[in-house]
Ligand binder design. Sequence first.
Ligand SMILES: NC(=O)c1ccc[n+]([C@@H]2O[C@H](COP(=O)([O-])OP(=O)(O)OC[C@H]3O[C@@H](n4cnc5c(N)ncnc54)[C@H](O)[C@@H]3O)[C@@H](O)[C@H]2O)c1
Length: 272
Amino acid sequence: MGSRLKGKVAIVTGAGSVPGPQDRPPIGNGRATAIVFAREGASILAVDNRLDSALETKQMVEAEGGTCSIFQADISRPKDCNAMAEECLKIYGRIDTLHNNVGIGPRKACGILEADEEDWDRVMNVNLKGLFHTCRAVLPQMVKQGSGTILNISSVGAVLHAYPKLFIYTISKAAINTFTKCLAAEFASLGIRVNCIMPGMIDSPPIYKEILPLYGGDIEKMRKDRNERVPMKHMGEPWDIATASLFLVSEEAKYITGQILAVDGGLLLQGG
Ligand SMILES: NC(=O)c1ccc[n+]([C@@H]2O[C@H](COP(=O)([O-])OP(=O)(O)OC[C@H]3O[C@@H](n4cnc5c(N)ncnc54)[C@H](O)[C@@H]3O)[C@@H](O)[C@H]2O)c1
């Protein structure tokens, strides 16, 4: 067990994982981050709208000797987010880190003229407004403590239009980058740091549901294309997002706020 987050309390949203293909471990960005934070001594509140999946994360963390509690919340609901923060305080007495990992894609991959307004609302309510709710739920406690870190997860899609038919997702992620800067500026003098990671092509379970249709359901075609698009010639692992997240929420990054870090194997070198 490491000690880079010793004594810290971290809320990780979307800390469960959706089912993926047989030949990959059932570990996405959120679950990997919860595990890595716990390995470095943080006590975790694993939050997900699917409680069974948060429970699996808790079992994985505890199997390694870490500390993890779970909470069911849909982050698009302000009531759930407030209850999440209250639960964290009830269990651990403080909130040091909020890791805003949740992000969803549209139900229909299409251009603007074919898109449903309902799909726009659904993605924006989770990806963007969800952060408004989670941040507002934890910030009063962080202000009281005089310290805290918030880490948002956007996407290289925010600056590189990688999948035009996922434009709603892309727009929501671009707004997260700006949201990060607004929040960082407002809370810098209060000891609260806010940063953002833009993952690139990551081989995590949700791509096998949300991205696969863009390749006609052909898994090998999707993997080949995503590997080839990256200058390093392979997709990243959820662990790459988790370890970069660890740095940004740890004391090693104590003078870093308002930054948007691409973790993308060089993808943005090609025109971001
Ligand atoms: N995989 C990639 O290639 C990639 C690329 C760029 C950005 N990202 C971003 O990384 C983040 C997550 O990574 P991932 O794709 O590995 O997913 P993940 O495996 O971390 O899973 C996300 C979890 O969020 C939960 N969830 C979904 N909607 C929710 C809601 N409304 N409230 C609470 N929980 C909810 C799901 O149940 C799931 O367990 C997202 O923000 C995603 O947009 C991923």
